[in-house]
Design a protein around this ligand. Structure first.
Ligand code: XIL
Length: 300
């Protein structure tokens, strides 16, 4: 096939990108989106600071634009993200008691998932809950600090009740290298969830890489998680300077794992990237395919 999405579909996978609602009307951006990509993750529009800027007051307008675009163009949607310490409005971070926060968290998950019910393939229910470095433990956040370790399980159980048809993912960065303490911490959590019947269907590996690309163990990491009985996905791929080999290695790691169901790059053109100084994407500022594009297409 001659596009990323069509080529990925030949093995039953998707190839997606992060999308900003404000760019859907951009005459250089939208044609690439609809030609190349068959899955979309809203870059910011489903985050808490946008969707519930004050308590009980929900704003789904920007995300609805993206979901509408995806429906019109046959693209799958990943929902990103329900519970995250970042891009969290001040009214949530300043909640002081556990019962209030638990109710607020459950209501946020339920209301947002209900709104998009039937339109989301997979939700990043909890994003980036583990600490960097050697602890292998959860990071500090208002959720962790008031609700304790159980907040992740609570979020997943709430999500399953809200939309039983959506796949429920845990998503994080720096969990691609198998031997890292952070990877091991997330692995133990998923193993424990599966053992106890806590609903979890997938793990997202953000995959924000430096010029070297993925660690040598990346495929091992993906297959070890998959062996726990979850799908795995590459959810926010970008690689500094976009070396062709690094991109091809990333794609191969996924293709070699049957439960790796899709790859998403975190933007289309380098100018769309949150790390645009690194030129980490598959299309240049003019929307032209970079060498890494050909490498990805060939590896798919
Ligand atoms: C980034 C967006 O790309 C930026 O536009 C925004 O300013 C900050 O967030 N991990 C995630 C993504 O899960 O939501 C982040 O997206 C990048 C890191």
């Amino acid at each position: 096939a001659s596009t990323l999405g069509a080529q990925a579909a030949q093995s039953g996978r998707y190839f997606g990108t992060a999308v900003a609602a404000g760019k859907l009307g951009d005459g250089a951006y939208a044609p690439i989106l609809d030609r190349e990509f068959n899955a979309i993750t809203p870059e910011n529009e489903m985050k808490w600071d946008t969707t519930e800027p004050s308590r009980g007051s929900f704003n789904f307008g920007p995300a609805d634009q993206i979901v509408g675009h995806a429906a019109a163009h046959g693209q799958r949607m990943r929902g990103h993200t329900l519970v995250w310490h970042s891009q969290l409005p001040g009214w949530v971070s300043s909640i002081g008691d556990a019962n209030t926060l638990r109710n607020v968290m459950r209501n946020h998950i339920t209301t947002e998932m209900n709104h998009f019910k039937g339109k989301i393939y997979a939700w990043d229910v909890v994003n980036e809950a583990f600490a960097d470095g050697g602890s292998g433990q959860h990071r500090s956040s208002v959720f962790q600090n008031l609700l304790g370790d159980g907040f992740i399980e609570d979020a997943f159980r709430t999500a399953r009740s809200a939309d039983p048809a959506a796949k429920l993912c845990y998503n994080d960065y720096n969990i691609e290298n198998w031997s890292d303490a952070k990877t091991q911490g997330v692995y133990r959590m998923v193993r424990d969830f599966k053992a106890r019947g806590v609903p979890i269907d997938c793990v997202g590996f953000q995959s924000h890489f430096g010029t070297g690309g993925p660690p040598a163990s990346f495929q091992t990491t993906l297959s070890n998680f998959a062996a726990l009985g979850v799908d795995v996905q590459i959810t926010e791929l970008d690689i500094a300077q976009a070396p062709s080999t690094a991109y091809a290695n990333t794609v191969r790691a996924c293709l070699n794992v049957s439960r790796c169901t899709g790859i998403t790059t975190w933007g289309i053109r380098d100018s769309d990237s949150w790390r645009s100084g690194d030129n980490p994407l598959l299309f240049d500022r003019n929307g032209n395919k970079k060498p890494a594009y050909q490498a990805v297409l060939s590896a798919l």
